[in-house]
Design a protein around this ligand. Structure first.
Ligand code: GAR
Length: 197
């Protein structure tokens, strides 16, 4: 079965959704989360990994002379664990050619907007403040840019008249937690690829 490493930096609600789905129905999802890679040793996601029985490897980017050196160490760990696919879930760093040359085409990300609208940080706030009536979530392949890779799957979330930013964020996160496990499984199984090369 394909072996997945999830990369995360923060709260880890998407990590949790992936682990819960894959552990509850291993036959349906067809791949296993074998490792969490975290760039913030204090992040809540590390506690979630411990609770779920998923090994966590924490790295401190500041301890390295460059992003490339940092990723070389991460890559060693991925090789050691024979990881096949990388799934970014709130991993707030750009990816360099070190990981892209090893995992290009086998690295996914989720972003809380309908890309290419509102890339980068605080996408839900960006969309809410802009006043859009429709937003959503996007799963895409990772390239060197910020939230720029080829799109794999999207889910629409409507902005309601009475919404606060928090209410909208809650529905966006719920949409992420529903979409991501299914999209990851489909991509890994070869059933879902970008609509445009
Ligand atoms: C998620 O909403 C994810 O889409 C977003 O960070 C959040 C992480 O939450 N990612 C990006 O904005 C990537 N540019 P989580 O730690 O609870 O999964």
């Amino acid at each position: 079965r394909p072996r997945i490493a999830v990369f995360a930096s923060g709260l880890g609600s998407n990590f949790q959704a992936l682990v819960d789905a894959f552990q509850a129905e291993p036959a349906r999802y067809g791949c296993d989360i074998m490792l969490l890679i975290c760039d913030k040793p204090q992040a809540n996601v590390v506690k979630r990994a411990e609770a779920a029985g998923v090994p966590a490897a924490c790295f401190t980017p500041k301890a390295y002379s460059s992003r490339e050196q940092y990723e070389k160490d991460v890559l060693l760990k991925l090789r050691e664990e024979r990881i096949d696919w990388i799934v970014l879930a709130g991993y707030m760093r750009l990816i360099t050619p070190v990981l892209l040359s090893a995992y290009g085409g086998r690295m996914l990300n989720i972003h809380p907007s309908l890309l290419p609208a509102f890339p980068g940080l605080n996408a839900v706030k960006q969309a809410f403040d802009y006043g859009v009536r429709v937003t959503g979530v996007t799963v895409h392949l990772v390239d060197e840019g910020m939230d720029t890779g080829a799109i794999l799957a999207q889910r629409v979330v409507f902005v309601e008249e009475q919404d606060t930013e928090e209410m909208l964020a809650a529905r966006i996160h719920a949409a992420e937690h529903e979409l991501y496990p299914a999209a990851v499984a489909d991509v890994v199984a070869g059933k879902l690829s970008p609509s445009r090369a």
